[in-house]
Design a protein around this ligand. Structure first.
Ligand code: SF4
Ligand code: SF4
Ligand code: SF4
Length: 283
């Protein structure tokens, strides 16, 4: 049976101490916000058996069961393990990856967020790092998963190119563009790439193949965080290659481990060392 003094052990097992003495919130491992019905049934049973009959959905798509008494932590943990559910991460670790439904479900999805999320989670979840490290995958520039608020963010993109000879000036693309990046005046179409966020909606809207895909893939953001000193992530690069995404993630983690002071988030390390230096190391 775990003792109150086994704080690190309890944390490792996903138990976060509550304000009430001897009670813990049991954090469970999730990835990308998708959980099976079996997972949900196991959570419901555990909440009844060890908690107060409810589970808390966290801001990062995680699930916690509050009010697990110290005396029940071991049983609760074993019970979850026997259902194939591991503990969630806290402290100086790579946290559970969050993701939207991406192109498996969402009409606007440009990439398979769940697939990337699963691969990252499998390789990196709960790996030790200088401080917390958060990763998010979002299917398009709508950024429902707020990749700019994460240490490492991946966003789907589709960049358009206008092929004038096919155009019949029907304005479908102009109407589809929420960024006012397309203007048709005097039978001439202007595509302003300074306004374009590469959401690909104009390509989808065009029925004459006059708005085509120039480039597509993943936009990578680094150094974002919220909390007491928020910082928006910097757009690092765009790539059409999934392997490059993993390569950049690996190099970013190497950079972080080598350069971070204890308890420093990636964005602060980038600010201290310089974005130029960071780019040199990872690109
Ligand atoms: S980010 Fe894009 S793909 Fe993901 S849920 Fe939002 S609109 Fe859909
Ligand atoms: S890709 Fe999106 S933002 Fe860019 S021009 Fe097309 S609709 Fe507008
Ligand atoms: S939707 Fe296609 S055909 Fe219509 S104006 Fe735009 S580019 Fe031209």
């Amino acid at each position: 049976m775990a003792k109150k003094s086994d704080k690190d052990y309890l944390k490792e097992k996903g138990f976060l101490s509550q304000r009430q003495d001897d009670y813990f919130s049991m954090r469970l491992h999730t990835a990308g916000g998708n959980v099976s019905s079996d997972y949900l049934r196991a959570v419901a049973d555990a909440a009844d058996s060890y908690g107060e009959g409810y589970a808390h959905i966290t801001s990062r798509q995680g699930i916690e069961i509050p009010f697990v008494h110290l005396d029940n932590t071991e049983d609760a943990s074993n019970n979850m393990n026997s259902s194939g559910i591991g503990p969630g991460a806290s402290g100086k670790k790579i946290r559970a990856v969050v993701a939207c439904q991406g192109n498996r479900v969402c009409k606007r999805g440009l990439i398979d967020c769940q697939d990337i999320c699963e691969k990252i989670d499998e390789e990196y979840f709960a790996e030790p790092v200088p401080y917390k490290f958060k990763i998010a995958v979002t299917g398009c520039p709508a950024s429902c998963l707020k990749v700019q608020e994460n240490d490492f963010g991946i966003m789907g993109f589709v960049e358009p190119v206008f092929v004038g000879e096919n155009c019949i000036m029907c304005r479908l693309c102009e109407n589809a563009c929420e960024m006012s990046a397309i203007k048709i005046e005097n039978e001439t179409l202007h595509l302003d790439m300074n306004k374009c966020v590469a959401c690909g909606r104009c390509v989808e809207a065009c029925r004459k193949d006059a708005m085509q895909i120039k480039d597509q893939g993943y936009t990578i953001f680094v150094g974002g965080k919220v909390g007491k000193r928020p910082r928006m992530g910097d757009e690092l690069l765009r790539t059409g290659n999934e392997e490059t995404v993993f390569d950049i993630l690996e190099k970013t983690l190497d950079f972080y481990r080598v350069n971070a002071l204890d308890g420093e988030r990636l964005g602060d390390v980038i600010d201290r060392c310089g974005m130029g230096h960071f780019r040199e190391k990872v690109e």
